[in-house]
Design a protein around this ligand. Structure first.
Ligand code: 48H
Ligand code: FE2
Length: 266
């Protein structure tokens, strides 16, 4: 060894495995009883996670893929710029995301920066984001009838087509932030008919009105179950808006505010 060599602390394979297992299970044991479960780490889910964690609620985000951002990365036709309009710019500025003003109240942001800093903001606020986990069912309770958590499975297990039973995570509020398919609300509608959830499905594009409608209709779909982002559009039969993301951010913020209020008075 020459005098320029760097001394790297030696850790053997067994220790590497033990440390990973110990701290992974420590986290899982903690999140198994959460205040809020958010399904999907897209723009609406991560914004919601940021505000919920900031308010002190134990918040976990389950994301099927091994990445953050949902539809942000794909932008429009894979172009790497995202359009944001006021007042969503205030949320992005709070997260140190740089915006270029193109006209009064309209901004352009780089998709990579948007994804990375949104995730950073949510994590720094205290939210736990777990990748490679798919939510495929909910837990429900009667008297009063409500959604009380989710069932989780490894995405890889699902992709392999294996029949493996899930683990359950309890939560006072479950947020469907899964985007266009509103997967969590869809499964609840199908498997718990007593909730009387009817899903009309998203309409074709009408950007000017779609954003405001999506934000306005954000909120509770059934006791314990909330919609944010494009899941709102699907569940409430609203038009889509295309590659403009202000409503996703504002919807995430709104669902967080509603849940914070609901949990405070429950
Ligand atoms: C775990 C899951 C599951 C599951 C899905 O699609 P997203 O980006 O969702 P939003 O609503 O935050 O943002 C929508 C936006 O990207 C968009 O598509 C817009 C504005 N479209 C307008 C238009 O006209 O087309 O993110 C959802 C995330 C993704 O990362 C999925 O992988 C993840 O949820 N996900 N994770 N369990 N069952 N289903
Ligand atoms: Fe979309």
């Amino acid at each position: 060894m020459d005098s320029n060599s760097i001394k790297v602390k030696q850790v053997d394979e067994v220790k590497i495995s033990k440390y990973i297992l110990r701290y992974t299970f420590q986290d899982w044991e903690n999140i198994v009883e959460s205040d809020v479960v958010i399904v999907g780490a897209g723009p609406s889910g991560m914004t919601a996670a940021y505000y919920l964690a900031k308010a002190g609620l134990k918040t976990v985000v389950f994301e099927r893929r091994l990445s953050f951002g949902g539809g942000i990365g794909g932008g429009a036709m894979l172009f790497h710029k995202i359009v944001i309009e006021s007042p969503a710019d205030e949320v992005l500025k709070e997260m140190n995301i740089r915006l270029t003003k193109v006209e009064d109240g309209v901004y352009i942001v780089d998709s990579a920066e948007f994804m990375a800093k949104l995730a950073t903001a949510a994590i720094d606020a205290g939210a736990k984001i777990l990748h490679g986990v798919t939510v495929d069912d909910v837990i429900f309770r009667e008297n009063p009838l409500r959604v009380a958590g989710v069932a989780v499975e490894w995405t890889a297990t699902q992709m392999a087509g294996l029949h493996v039973d899930p683990l359950f995570i309890s939560a006072k509020a479950v947020v469907d932030a899964t985007g266009h398919d509103a997967e969590v609300i869809s499964v609840a509608a199908r498997k718990i008919p007593e909730l009387n959830i009817v899903i009309p499905g998203e309409k074709s594009a009408y950007s000017e009105i779609a954003e405001e409608l999506t934000v306005e209709n954000t909120g509770m779909v059934a006791p314990g179950l909330y919609a944010t982002g494009m899941a709102v559009t699907e569940v409430r039969g609203l038009p889509r808006m295309g590659p403009i993301f202000g409503a996703m951010v504002l919807s995430g913020k709104r669902v967080a505010e509603i849940i914070i209020k609901d949990l405070r008075y429950s």
